[in-house]
Design a protein around this ligand. Structure first.
Ligand SMILES: *Cc1c(COP(=O)(O)O)cnc(C)c1O
Length: 403
C-alpha cells in the first residue's frame, strides 16, 4: 500500500488516520491530557505562531482526536475534519462559521428535530432567518433562494419519511447562486453516500449513529474540502468550544474499522425486513429507498451505494397500533437514536415528533401510525420473527395505551 488514498473503502476503514506513534502501537494511543509541555520557551512560541507542527492544548488539537478526524476526512473524500462533542455541536459550528445577521438559510423540512429548533431559536435570535422547504422537490429549493441566502442545508434520506434530496441538483442551485451546500450525511455514512462527489461543500455527521455504530458515544464531525475553510472552522470551533474528547474519539475511530462491514449487514437486513413489511396486511405503506416502489428509487440508486438501515412504515391501525407494536417486540428496543449494532424501534407521533403537533406532522408526511426502525446487525430471521410478534398484536384493544 503506497498511498491510503489509492485503496478501497473497506481498507480505508481499517487503516485511515493511523500514524506512527512512540513504541509502535497499531492503534492510536489515547492521549488523555488537557495540555502539552513545550520543550522550551522558543518551542512554545513557535507552536503558537504556527511555525512548527505540534500540540498545545486539547481544545485546539490532540493526536487521538486528530487520528479520528483524519480517518473521517479520508472516508468522505474531504480535506480535513473537525471532531465535535455531538452532532448538534457540529451543526452549530457550521452555522456559526457560515452565517451572520441578515443571512438566509434554506433548510429541508425533514431535518433532524433539534437542527430545526436551533435554526428557529438561537440562529433566529442572531438574525439568521430560515426558509424550510421540501428538499425532495428541487423546484421548491430553487424558488426559495433569495439574495440573502448563504447556506442550503439538507439531509438525505430525510427523517423519518426517508424522502431523497438530489444532492447534485441542489449543489448546482447553490453554486449558481453563490451559496454553499451543507449535507448532514448521518443516515448514510460515507460507506453509502459521499456528498462531496455530488458537489456538496460541507459534510457533517452525528458520529453518535453509524460512524461509531455501538451506541456508546455522543459525537459529531464536520468535514471540509480545503485548508482555508478548515482554518476558519477550526477557529470557530475553538471559540465555541464544542470539541470531542480523546477517549470518545478513540471509540469512534475503533467503531469506524467495522463501518463497511456493518453497513453491508444493515442494508441487507433492512432490505429483507422492508420486503417482509410490504407484504404484511397490517401495514399500509413502507418507506425505504431500497424498494422499487419508493418515489425516488432511481435517485437513491444514483447517489447511494445502498438503501441504509432505516425503515419507516405506516400501520393501518394508526396511533394505537403503533403503540401496541412497540409494546410487543422484544429484540427491537424501544429507544430513539439509530445506527447502532442493536435494532431500535420508535413511534415518531408519540416520541421524537410529538412536540410538532398533529397538523405539522401531517404536513411533514408523518402519520399517526408511522413506526421507524433502525435495523441492527442481529440475524435477520430473529428480527423478522420479533416484528411478527409485534404485528400480531397491533389491533389488540386491551393493549391500547391512549395518551
Ligand atoms: C442524531 C442526529 C443529529 C444530532 O446528533 P447528536 O450526536 O445527537 O447531537 C444530527 N443529525 C442527524 C441526522 C441525526 O440523526
Amino acid at each position: 500500500m503506497e498511498n491510503i488514498e489509492d485503496t478501497y473503502f473497506e481498507t480505508k476503514c481499517v487503516h485511515s488516520g493511523i500514524k506512527d506513534y512512540e513504541y509502535g502501537p497499531v492503534v492510536p494511543p489515547i492521549y488523555q491530557t488537557s495540555t502539552f509541555k513545550f520543550k522550551s520557551a522558543a518551542h512554545g512560541a513557535a507552536l503558537f505562531a504556527g511555525e512548527e507542527k505540534g500540540y498545545i492544548y486539547t481544545r485546539m488539537g490532540n493526536p487521538t482526536i486528530e487520528a479520528m478526524e483524519d480517518s473521517v476526512a479520508e472516508l468522505e473524500g474531504g480535506h480535513k475534519a473537525l471532531g465535535c462533542g455531538s452532532g448538534m455541536a457540529a451543526v452549530h459550528t457550521v452555522f456559526a462559521a457560515l452565517t451572520q445577521t441578515g443571512d438566509n438559510v434554506i433548510c429541508c423540512r425533514a431535518a433532524y428535530g433539534p437542527t430545526t429548533t436551533l435554526l428557529n431559536s438561537i440562529m433566529k435570535r442572531y438574525g439568521v432567518e430560515t426558509t424550510f422547504v421540501d428538499a425532495s422537490n428541487i423546484e421548491e429549493v430553487q424558488n426559495a433562494v433569495n439574495g440573502r441566502t448563504r447556506v442550503i442545508y439538507i439531509e438525505t434520506p430525510g427523517n423519518p419519511t426517508l424522502s431523497i434530496a438530489d444532492i447534485e441538483g441542489i449543489a448546482a442551485i447553490a453554486h449558481k447562486n453563490g451559496t454553499m451546500l451543507v449535507v448532514d450525511n448521518t443516515f448514510m455514512s460515507p460507506a453509502l453516500q459521499k456528498p462531496f462527489e455530488f458537489g456538496a461543500d460541507i459534510v457533517l455527521h452525528s458520529m453518535t449513529k453509524f460512524l461509531n455504530g455501538h451506541a456508546d458515544v455522543i459525537g459529531g464531525v464536520v468535514v471540509v474540502k480545503d485548508e482555508e475553510t478548515y482554518r476558519e472552522f477550526r477557529k470557530v470551533l475553538n471559540q465555541i468550544g464544542g470539541v470531542i474528547d480523546p477517549f470518545n474519539s478513540f471509540l469512534v475511530h475503533r467503531g469506524i474499522k467495522t463501518l463497511a462491514l456493518r453497513m453491508e449487514r444493515h442494508c441487507e437486513s433492512a432490505m429483507k425486513i422492508a420486503e417482509y413489511l410490504e407484504s404484511h396486511q397490517a401495514v399500509s405503506n413502507v418507506m425505504f429507498p431500497g424498494l422499487p416502489g419508493h418515489p425516488q428509487y432511481r435517485l437513491a440508486r444514483k447517489q447511494q451505494k445502498g438503501p441504509g438501515g432505516l425503515i419507516s412504515f405506516k400501520l393501518k391501525g394508526g396511533y394505537r397500533a403503533g403503540q401496541n407494536m412497540m409494546n410487543n417486540v422484544k429484540l427491537f428496543q424501544l429507544a430513539v437514536s439509530l445506527g447502532g449494532v442493536e435494532s431500535l424501534i420508535q413511534h415518531p407521533a408519540s416520541m421524537t415528533h410529538a412536540s410538532m403537533g398533529r397538523e405539522a406532522r401531517s404536513d411533514a408526511g408523518i402519520c399517526e401510525g408511522l413506526v421507524r426502525l433502525s435495523v441492527g446487525i442481529e440475524n435477520v430471521n430473529d428480527l423478522i420473527h420479533d416484528l411478527e410478534r409485534g404485528l400480531e398484536k397491533v389491533d389488540d384493544v386491551r393493549e391500547a395505551v391512549m395518551i
